[in-house]
Write a protein that binds this ligand. Structure first.
Ligand SMILES: [Cu+2]
Length: 129
């Protein structure tokens, strides 16, 4: 057997071993799971942009909540997925909310802090399909 063939065999063995190891790690849950999809929501006077978000069932989601207002803060609450939490969106800060879209349907997100006369206009829909 030539040296080249030996090298090929060594490489092949290493590949098989690596694949095997990866499969073992996956089974033990040590492999990092699917990265969340990042969706940025802007809270402005007086709307959320976007005000409709579509995600897939079971998809991990990271909401990034920001505002371009300078002197205004907003409350953010997403029905069903946020029970007791209320996130306050403030200027120059990015707040995040991670969740997995485990329930299909249409869920409302709204501003739940008294930010001004247009507060009730600040409504959006999360569609989990
Ligand atoms: Cu408000």
């Amino acid at each position: 057997m030539s040296l080249d063939n030996e090298k090929k065999i060594v490489i092949l063995v290493l590949i098989v071993a690596s694949v095997g190891l990866l499969m073992c790690l996956e089974n033990t849950g040590l492999v990092i799971k699917q990265q969340p999809r990042e969706i940025t929501i802007f809270a402005e006077k007086w709307e959320f942009v976007p005000n409709v978000i579509k995600v897939k069932y079971n998809e991990p989601i990271k909401l990034k909540l920001v505002t371009s207002e300078k002197n205004e803060s907003f409350g953010f609450k997403l029905s069903r997925y946020m029970y007791n939490d209320l996130i306050i969106i403030e200027p120059n800060v990015t707040k995040t909310f991670d969740f997995k879209a485990q329930t299909k349907g249409i869920f409302i997100y709204r501003c739940e802090s008294p930010c001004g006369w247009g507060k009730n206009l600040m409504v959006g829909r999360l569609i989990v399909e």
